[in-house]
Design a protein around this ligand. Structure first.
Ligand code: G
Ligand code: G
Ligand code: MN
Length: 505
């Protein structure tokens, strides 16, 4: 579930960064595209203006024949104009109603109207009897009586210009209400998607660039390849970093760090009862990790993690300092020989921190008549070297008691007795659980008690949950008892109050 959260975060980060990158690229490329389109349209206008200027020349030459009859002579002159002028394919003479002389159709008279000519000068038509498959642009030049010349320009030249300039976007020619595409198709409809239109200043036409989403995408892929790759890589990189960070934040190590800083880890104390007097004569300090929702992280989870990362040293210091402070504030005196046990791990024997903490605490606790004890677990083995021996010897000098915790469950029992020469053996709750009914457990406990006698130490049975267990353990000769049957681990202030009361168990 936590991995899922990390994945969700990183997937969202990827999408947000990637999409933002795309939006920026889209926006920048849009501006660039418009610039490029404007440049293309200017080129198209220049090209078409050049074609039309030839038509204009042809028209002014042809108009000098407007009063001449349409005979072979005149037709020859008109055809000479066609042959001598680039781009044009026909020259015709007309009055306001008829075409009466044409380089193509000779003196055949056909009716004509100037209505379709935009600004009286230009008209595009899709097909005509001469070239049914090709469009044509007609340039009209007339005097105030409607007399003059019509110059036919082959659409081929025009859409040649348009298609050369159409790459990502489509470029078309607009004359009046009509549109000629770069494929040379003339229609009444102009594309109405994103368009840029520029008009010629010399002739009444404009050119139009039509950009579609796909053409814009093609443009981006072609021109902004590096930016697209960079955006993708950057998004992936950031998403991965977020994934790693979120996953790290969820590790027990990182959460433990935060919990320590926020003060969510605090000690409680479980009282230890003296079997002979029935009174509280000690306590075991146990750490708790409170969650904001009121729950707890079980110590079996965070203690081994803290032992692995070495943070257990910090936690031990925290436990010792907090308890010492609380006990001085409580200020009362406790029964003689009262011992407070702290749990320690092998990591606590790697440097002198534990020793320093203990010396300081034993002094302060001593003023409240409390002795200090350390519970050494077999969970993590303490190496027997000069340094650890030295620490142990100094602890003894300061009269700090040693208890072997979880006794009987590990495989270092006998070695540990020789190595630590302990004051107490803590009989593990695994034996306590079945002590009332199981002869094997009874045998074990009996053995541990005689072992303790031989080693000159006392026994503490932990995990006592009922009267039967308590009675049996007492009958076997256990010196101290600890468990839910007596008291659960208590908050510090409550513990110090209970410990000083006279209640007998
Ligand atoms: O009460 P409980 O469930 O808290 O204890 C679980 C385990 O955590 C026990 O084995 C106990 O020894 C260990 N533990 C609790 N507090 C500490 C501590 O301060 N230091 C170490 N090393 N172990 C602790
Ligand atoms: O340090 P050690 O491993 O001995 O830790 C003692 C553990 O035993 C702590 O987790 C403590 O909360 C737990 N404990 C204390 N009394 C009882 C009890 O009566 N029954 C059980 N099951 N656990 C207990
Ligand atoms: Mn313990």
């Amino acid at each position: 579930m936590k991995i899922n959260r990390a994945l969700n975060y990183s997937a969202s980060a990827f999408l947000i960064i990637f999409l933002s990158g795309l939006i920026i690229i889209w926006w920048v490329s849009q501006a660039q595209l418009v610039k490029e389109e404007a440049a293309k349209l200017n080129k198209a206008i220049q090209g078409i203006d050049r074609v039309l200027s030839h038509a204009q020349q042809a028209a002014s030459q042809a108009r000098s024949y407007k009063l001449a009859p349409c005979n072979e002579n005149t037709l020859t002159e008109l055809r000479k104009i066609v042959a001598g002028t680039p781009y044009i394919r026909s020259v015709s003479l007309m009055n306001h109603r008829h075409i009466y002389c044409s380089s193509v159709f000779g003196n055949k008279i056909s009716s004509y109207s100037s209505d379709g000519y935009y600004n009286g000068a230009l008209m595009v038509i899709n097909n005509n009897s001469l070239t049914p498959e090709r469009s044509v642009l007609i340039y009209r030049s007339a005097d105030k009586y409607g007399e003059g010349a019509l110059i036919g320009i082959d659409g081929y030249y025009l859409y040649g210009i348009l298609s050369l300039l159409s790459s990502d976007s489509e470029t078309g020619l607009v004359v009046g209400g009509r549109y000629m595409s770069s494929q040379g198709v003339v229609s009444q409809d102009q594309p109405n998607s994103h368009t840029l239109t520029l008009s010629s200043s010399a002739f009444p036409f404009s050119v139009q660039a039509t950009e579609s989403t796909t053409s814009h995408l093609n443009y981006i892929i072609r021109v902004y390849t590096a930016e697209l790759i960079a955006t993708t890589l950057l998004s992936l990189f950031i998403a991965f970093a977020i994934y790693r960070y979120t996953a790290f934040r969820n590790t027990i190590d990182c959460r433990l760090d935060k919990a320590i800083k926020k003060g969510c880890i605090y000690p409680v104390i479980q009282p230890v009862i003296c079997a002979s007097s029935g009174r509280i004569c000690g306590g075991e300090v146990l750490l708790r990790w409170a969650l904001p929702d009121g729950g707890h992280v079980p110590p079996d989870i965070f203690i081994p993690a803290a032992e692995k990362s070495g943070k257990i040293k910090l936690l031990t210091t925290l436990a010792i300092e907090t308890v010492t402070n609380e006990c001085t504030q409580a200020g009362s005196t406790v029964p003689d020989e009262f011992i407070l046990f702290f749990n320690v791990s092998s990591a606590n024997f790697e440097d002198a921190t534990l020793l320093n903490d203990c010396i300081l605490a034993s002094y302060t606790l001593g003023q409240c008549n409390i002795r200090l004890g350390l519970e050494i677990t077999e969970r993590t083995l303490i190496e027997e070297n000069a340094f650890s021996k030295d620490i142990l010897a100094t602890l003894r000098k300061f009269d700090i008691k040693i208890a072997l915790d979880d006794f009987g469950t590990g495989n270092a029992n006998y070695t540990y007795i020789r190595q630590f020469n302990p004051h107490f053996l803590k009989i593990d709750k695994a034996f306590t659980r079945s002590i009332a009914s199981d002869p094997v457990s009874q045998g074990f406990v009996r053995n541990m008690i005689s072992l303790a006698e031989l080693a000159g130490c006392n026994t503490i049975a932990e995990g006592v949950e009922n009267e039967l267990q308590a009675d049996k353990l007492k009958a076997l000769g256990v010196d101290y008892l600890q468990g839910f049957y007596y008291l659960k681990p208590l908050p510090l202030n409550q513990f110090f109050n209970s410990a000083f009361s006279n209640t007998q168990y």
